[in-house]
Design a protein around this ligand. Sequence first.
Ligand code: NAD
Ligand code: ZN
Length: 236
Amino acid sequence: MRIVAFTGAGISAESGIPTFRGKDGLWKKFKVEELATPEAFFRNPKLVWEWYDWRRQLIAKAEPNEAHKILVKMEEEFPDFFLITQNVDGLHQRAGSKKVVELHGNIWKVRCVDCGQESYDYRTPLPEIPPRCEKCGGLLRPGVVWFGEMLPLDALEEAYRLSREADIFIVIGTSGVVYPAAELPYVAKEHGAQVMEVNPEKTPISRIADIIYEEKASTGLKKVYEYIKEKYGSKG
Ligand code: NAD
Ligand code: ZN
């Protein structure tokens, strides 16, 4: 029994990290085209880095919540469990999840735009903005996927494969409008998976969901977990 969980910004909402399109979404205060595109970055790297530095500080102060922890428990309990995330906050890994496919990169990664050198930098706040490459002095950029950019091919292929092979596909806290990630629930459904959704609001994915928990990630996922155990036993 292959179980795949697919998460978006909503799973970190209960950790105090703002979502992108929700009621208190980041984009209410900022214009996306000024901050999350390659053009914006090369126009004004300092502004973009100030925003990322602020988000990194928020994330550093946050703790994984009950929903992240339930996914860790599911990974430990069900032998064929995988997690695909659109989140860049790294909270799944901090909670203890190991089998995580990151579709949109990671906010703690930095990459040199000149020599391509990539590394993790966990300092908050950063001592210098914009940060510079230690090797060549080039400009460093956040290791995340911006609007208009390709997703990392290895992660995307892995995510498609997992989705095709899923028996249960659980969608948690994503608005389901950012492609190609938003396609995965449809791929899973087409290949026979039972699709479950946890989200306090309806999304385009709700239309294909077999079971919907219209509530917060923590309480909704608890019900998903209990449902799977009840129906399939502890081996998933
Ligand atoms: P989103 O903000 O579009 O959607 C969040 C969803 O979470 C909403 O459907 C909302 O109803 C739901 N939600 C809110 N509180 C919840 C809770 N407590 N429990 C469960 N669900 C809750 O976020 P998304 O779907 O992850 O966006 C997709 C991707 O778009 C992002 O992962 C990101 O990669 C990308 N994006 C990136 C940037 C950037 O800075 N690079 C900016 C915007 C979007
Ligand atoms: Zn460099």
